[in-house]
Ligand binder design. Structure first.
Ligand SMILES: NC(=O)c1ccc[n+]([C@@H]2O[C@H](COP(=O)([O-])OP(=O)(O)OC[C@H]3O[C@@H](n4cnc5c(N)ncnc54)[C@H](OP(=O)(O)O)[C@@H]3O)[C@@H](O)[C@H]2O)c1
Length: 369
């Protein structure tokens, strides 16, 4: 049975969206999900998916009802993603909802995964539960919340977010080739949060040669993303800070099929993982690498430059979101070039600008999943 979504459902869905956010950085490759159980206008249970392998939001919310001494039978559940109907790391949520006697389920977004795609709502309807799908602001907020999960489910590829920092005259490196301090302290703190939200971080070998970056999240409790270097010829120095910090998180080197076997063996002996990406152009090798990363359950890739690698992603049209910091500096150089040189054009669906300390941050979204 279908039912209409009311204004009160919208309020509870917005609360469920807030709850879902609390799982950020901890549930990938699973989606962020929040759920609220309501009876006679009163919230009797709340929950969110808090960690990979842990209970799903729907079950957490039902447990919460019981802990509060409330019976969820006959209540409405407002949930940000369609309840699952398959056995995964956890049993199907549809079973828990039917067993609890929930009368009505309001869903903010569909699950595009092949094994889901409407099966859960179908099972609920067959079990006599009223099912309603939200539209408008709550539906689009629920889809935005899970862009990496949705892209991975629909294409098998990770969501790619490009971060760049540049001066007012378009420079991405300071004179000695060190880009680390173009943006201000608050901007760099934001970068730390984006890193922590990503499954993987990528740079080109040019950036490793110039900056010898660590690419870790400087927060003790954060999950460390996999660190990826695009390095066709396997030139990553064995004494780089990346390889010296393998105890903090893995390093994966994306090489081309023609890379020197001796250098590849040396990197493997240093405990780096190797991903061989084929293709006749850099853009094709980006596409091959993304497909391989998707198969490894990398659902989000945070691309930190430099501009040669960024341009290959643009040429492959594989940027979903970009964050560009513009710092109040002129770095004046004789070789001012494009930030992302090379072919390719991506037009943003939407963009916004905000001040972050002394910097300006422009965020653009190119695709919606
Ligand atoms: N301001 C910022 O936001 C920012 C961020 C990062 C870096 N930077 C600065 O950018 C500079 C480095 O930029 P860069 O352009 O020289 O280097 P880069 O983009 O970091 O690395 C480029 C190199 O990556 C390798 N690569 C491997 N596979 C590739 C693929 N599929 N597509 C593209 N490249 C691939 C290529 O060398 P092989 O063919 O040998 O593999 C290429 O020369 C540094 O000065 C750094 O400080 C600035």
């Amino acid at each position: 049975m279908n039912s209409q979504v009311t204004a009160a459902d919208g309020t509870h869905l917005r609360r469920a969206l807030e709850l879902a956010e609390r799982g950020r950085g901890r549930v990938s490759p699973n989606p962020l999900v929040g759920a609220v159980v309501v009876r006679d206008g009163k919230v009797i249970g709340e929950g969110f998916h808090a960690e990979l392998g842990g209970l799903h939001a729907e079950r957490v919310a039902l447990e919460d009802c019981r802990e509060r001494g409330e019976d969820p039978a006959g209540a409405t559940m407002c949930v940000t993603l369609e309840p699952c109907a398959h056995q995964g790391r956890q049993p199907p949520c549809t079973e828990a909802i039917l067993e609890a006697g929930i009368a009505r389920v309001v869903i903010a977004s569909e699950d595009p995964t092949e094994k889901a795609s409407g099966r859960g709502p179908g099972i609920l309807r067959d079990g006599g539960v009223e099912v309603a799908f939200a539209a408008g602001a709550e539906a689009s907020a629920a889809r935005l919340l899970n862009q990496s999960f949705r892209k991975h489910a629909r294409t098998g590829l990770p969501l790619v977010t490009l971060k760049m920092a540049m001066s007012l005259d378009g420079q991405t490196s300071t004179a000695p080739g060190d880009s680390r301090w173009i943006s201000g302290e608050l901007s760099r703190a934001m970068v730390q949060r984006w890193r922590a939200d990503s499954d993987a971080i990528a740079v080109g070998i040019g950036t490793v040669f110039a900056d010898d970056p660590l690419l870790t999240v400087r927060q003790a409790s954060a999950r460390q993303p996999v660190r990826i270097v695009f390095d066709a010829q396997a030139r990553l120095p064995l004494d780089s800070r990346l390889l010296a910090s393998l105890d903090q998180s893995p390093v994966l080197v994306v090489t081309a099929p023609g890379a020197d076997p001796g250098r590849v063996r040396a990197l493997e002996a240093a405990a780096a993982e190797i991903l061989v990406a084929g293709g006749s152009t850099r853009a094709e090798r980006v596409e091959a690498a993304l497909a391989d990363l998707g198969r490894r359950d990398v659902t989000s890739l945070f691309l930190e430059g430099g501009r040669t690698l960024a341009s290959a992603f643009v040429a492959a049209e594989q940027i979903d979101v970009s964050h560009t910091f513009i710092a109040p500096l002129l770095l004046g150089s004789s070789d001012i070039g494009s930030v992302t040189p090379g072919p390719g054009r991506l037009t943003a669906l939407e963009s916004s600008a905000e001040s972050v300390g002394e910097d300006t941050l422009i965020t653009a979204r190119y695709k919606e999943w």
